[in-house]
Design a protein around this ligand. Structure first.
Ligand code: FES
Length: 221
């Protein structure tokens, strides 16, 4: 079981705002567009809890050009999942507590062992819930209560990096869109125009594996 109470060394502006008891300030659309253009990979994803809100990812590594490489291939059926901040750690169900903050993961080709972390478009949030609490739409895409979604906000492309443990909603820090992971990541609040894309999962022995690629395009359209 991973320790989700580990404190991160690098909380960003959103974390600082939350620690002061303020809502994180919305970024300008121009800044977000520029970051989205530059962002090819998201780095450390250690969970940090501040004022009841968990920060799921705290840093972004910026790369000016995103080239087509094995690391930027999209998720494919049979891919395993590895933690974004610990890419040698293959996800198993016991890594996830029911109802806890989702974890940032990348797909990994099980044959070549290539981690597909060369693009933020492959970054996913994976969480575990009581299967009885999943919606009828969500159950077919889940593996024993484990669900996965793109971590890139469908509004302007920020990383959905916060977790509201009270509502059990994923929360984008930029303009406060909130998504329900028990119901196909539908938009519960905020300006996001559509849900976070679903990454269907299956079980392969004790491993959680990708059942199919994202069911809709990732990021803003
Ligand atoms: Fe605007 Fe996520 S980028 S709410």
């Amino acid at each position: 079981m991973r320790d989700d109470n580990v404190k991160s060394a690098g909380a960003g502006a959103a974390a600082a705002a939350i620690s002061r008891g303020e809502a994180p300030q919305a970024e300008s659309e121009e800044l977000i567009r520029r970051r989205r253009f530059l962002q090819a990979g998201v780095g450390v994803g250690i969970a940090l809890t501040v004022g009841g809100i968990s920060i799921l990812s705290v840093t972004s590594s910026l790369h000016p050009i995103e080239k087509a490489t094995p690391e930027t291939e999209p998720p494919a059926p049979g891919d395993k999942l590895v933690f974004a901040d610990e890419q040698t750690h293959v996800l198993v169900p016991s890594d996830l507590q029911i109802g806890a903050a989702p974890q940032m993961v990348y797909p990994m080709d099980p044959k070549t062992k290539v981690v597909k972390g060369g693009t933020a478009n492959n970054l996913a949030l994976v969480g575990r819930f009581d299967p009885a609490n999943l919606s009828a739409d969500t159950k077919p895409h889940a593996a024993g209560g484990i669900v996965a979604y793109s971590a890139i906000c469908t509004h302007l492309g920020c990383t959905v990096s916060l977790w509201d443990p009270k509502e059990e909603w994923m929360h984008c820090p930029c303009h406060h869109a909130r998504f329900d992971p028990r119901n196909d990541a539908k938009v519960m609040e905020g300006p996001a125009p559509r849900p976070l894309p679903v990454l269907p999962l299956n079980m392969d022995g004790n491993d959680v594996v990708v059942a199919a690629g994202f069911l809709s395009p990732t990021g803003p359209q």
